[in-house]
Design a protein around this ligand. Structure first.
Ligand SMILES: [Zn+2]
Ligand SMILES: [Zn+2]
Length: 245
């Protein structure tokens, strides 16, 4: 059931983006709706001015008038005074071109996510080796998230037929097995992950097992790739929920 490795297809839409302006700022989004990143968050609905006589930061409570103006946090959509919403942070998950105004709570969340995007996500796209069972006999594959973040693709090291790629947005759950080897006292790393996912255009569920077994070239890299995948999926699952907090 392998559908092959197709770099062109993986990158479909990468150069196919358009600029669009929302009330929150300038955004750059794929023209093709299906090419959206699984990490993307919807822009929040802005809380109405009328319902907010004062700053939403409970510790502040500044009353608004003609001099004290309202400012919307671009991430949560709540209303704050200028001081409580003055931090401008890059928010790639909403596709803004420039840093946007965020409240204290949201800027903390966004900063933590940006650390992820700048480190763990690079690890995922650089890839690692795994024994991949789907559920046929394991095939040793270079395994990576595609540059548009939409798929996990498998490239067999011995030129075999590749296992079918997994669409990140259609992953349902994962089950991680920890190694029994301690790399520090009481600390272990994952040695395998089973990924349950839906096939594109279908409700059929399948699973694939990635094992950092004895054949992989860098066991620790593969283990850290699983850790990064778990973190990435937290963000993907969060993006599926209607509320952002
Ligand atoms: Zn906020
Ligand atoms: Zn305030």
């Amino acid at each position: 059931m392998a559908d092959g490795i197709c770099r062109e297809d993986d990158n479909r839409g990468a150069g196919n983006k358009k600029l669009t302006k929302s009330k929150s700022g300038l955004r750059i989004i794929p023209i093709n709706n299906t090419a959206r990143s699984p990490f993307e968050l919807k822009e929040p609905t802005w809380s109405p001015d009328k319902e907010n006589p004062e700053c939403s930061n409970g510790k502040c409570g500044q009353k608004f008038d003609f001099l004290k103006r309202r400012h919307h946090c671009r991430r949560c959509g709540q209303i704050f005074c200028a001081q409580c919403c003055q931090t401008r942070v890059m928010l790639p998950r909403m596709c803004f071109v420039d840093p946007v105004r965020q409240c204290f709570r949201c800027s903390d969340i966004t900063n933590a996510e940006n650390v992820f995007f700048n480190s763990s996500l690079k690890l995922l796209t650089n890839g690692a080796q795994f024994d991949v069972s789907s559920p046929e006999r394991p095939v040793l594959c270079q395994t990576a998230v595609t540059s548009d973040h939409r798929f996990i693709r498998f490239e067999p090291t011995q030129g075999q037929a590749p296992p079918e790629r997994v669409e990140v947005a259609r992953i349902l759950s994962t089950e991680v097995t920890q190694s029994t080897i301690e790399y520090a006292p009481g600390q272990t790393l994952p040695e395998a992950v089973v990924v349950l996912y839906r096939v594109p255009g279908s409700v059929e569920e399948r699973q694939v097992r990635l094992s950092a077994g004895p054949h992989v070239n860098d066991w620790r890299l593969s283990a850290n790739w699983i850790v990064a995948l778990e973190r990435a999926l937290e963000l993907v699952y969060e993006g599926r929920q209607p509320s952002q907090h």
